[in-house]
Write a protein that binds this ligand. Sequence first.
Ligand code: SER
Length: 602
Amino acid sequence: MQSEEIRKRFLEFFKARGHAIIPSASLVPENDPSVLFTTAGMQPLVPYLLGEPHPAGKRLVNVQKCVRTQDIDEVGDATHDTFFEMLGNWSLGDKAAPDGVGEAGYFKEETIKWSYEFLTSKEEGLGLDPSRLFITVFGGNDSVKEADEESKKIWMSLGIPEHRIYIMEGDSNWWSPGDNGPCGPDTEMFYDVTEKGLGDLTKEAFKQADKEQKAVEIWNDVFMEYEKKDGRIIGKLKNKNVDTGAGLERLAMVMQGKDNIFETDLFTPLMNAIDMRAASQDLCAKRIVADHIRTAVFMIADGVLPSNTDRGYILRRLIRRAVRYVDVLKMKEGTLAALSDVVVLKYESVYKNLSSEKEHIGQTIADESAKFRQTLERGMKEFEKISRHGISGKEAFALFSTYGFPLELTLELAVEQHITVNKKEFEEELKKHQVLSRAGAEQKFKGGLSGHGEMETKYHTATHLLHQALRQVLGEHVIQKGSNITPERLRFDFSHSEKLTDEQKKKAENIVNEQIKRALPVSYEELPIEEARARGAIGAFGDKYGERVKVYTIGNDKTGIFSAEFCGGPHVKNTEELGHFKITKEEAVAQGIRRIKALLES
Ligand code: SER
């Protein structure tokens, strides 16, 4: 089923159930200074969720364009994108509320029943296999203690077996748009996208399947009956509301039997156009270009222009990042503007403003790319020059102000080269020069540097184990080319020119798990760089430590030393803290550089 049909069926399904079809609001929020872009279908409806009557009534449905950039580093994998369309239905106040306009509202019973019907009905909906559904419901958190047993019962009454419904404690099934506004518990639907089917899963196995994108979240029904102020629940709203959201890209992926969104009809014209023009087969780079250009087109159509502040800054960053990947793919200059036409063509029947803005969109992208190109070359030369010893805040600022390098670009390049950037000093410089009217804008883009939380620390150590394991399996030519850690996973880039065989992956995985089982102590020493080198420590030299470097050693004289590596840390004290190590993905990122993503399971 094509995306056009999915949109149409969704709107018709809810129209037949008394919902008014409302248009997508602009990506630029009209009256909400707390966000730069519309990030969810509910956002333009906040005043109505808070109690104002909506002119179209109490039951609403639409397809809302959204932009979320906090996961920009993940773009390139199977499901992440920075622009997406959200299918949503709303009820403003349930039946109990005095009925002013339109039909009466509804709450959990109807919401869940209709979600189920739409997903599974062959005639009116998507005709998905009910036995492949997994459901999560709210299990209580610090603010609201009770689990949502009612939703669980409703799912069971529809025929979902109890063991496929998972009660999730904490905030995983609590949805709120930020620190302020309407919020509440939710129930989420996941679909098993594996070929053979996962069968029934324990809660832990289900969480794992979610992480590995084998069970994909396709819809979220939020029961908005609470209000938050400054991060705290201050009580119940006047009305009980319903806010549901289903990502079109994900639904298309499920309906079209693909394991990634880039092979759905929403992306294929664009991916084909990129394939035709690219001289490199770097899939990740192709997806990044496709994603960023699509988002840029929609932003410009809604009136955003590249600039150094707020929205304009995010648009600038997307275009500039796309330019870099155009180069990775060895595509011609001018490609991005041509690709923007492909996006317009794909979407103009749904979003009419695209066709009227087509020329302006192409021109804006062409101008911004050209501007960036002029400085990119000089900037890269400067970067190479100063990057040998880590980058000071002043230097990062000079790259920004003289060469137009957004801080995140410098951070990304630095991560690739395993050097550090003094972010704090950069920010001080920035304030001094008052170039950004709101420094917060660049916070909206997550930098490449990882934090120091418990999971991140574990992943740091796991990265060292993996690095050494790969050297044992593939050879000493393997060296770290980049690393990126989030609380959910590690990502490790290294020099090697061929795809790893399943056997090689298994071997590396086994070596890492063996070291975890051996419960090796982890310790560090600060040494003069020459001595560290002489001892055979691996890793990037000349970090912020100058003449003396920190070397982390896994194992000791008694157990034997498994790995010694230059690193700033932090690390766990003993490898036994890590749990089970699992490689989830192996792919090329550039000529001669492979990337592994891996998880630790408890
Ligand atoms: N607001 C919820 C979400 O964004 C449901 O629409 O997931």
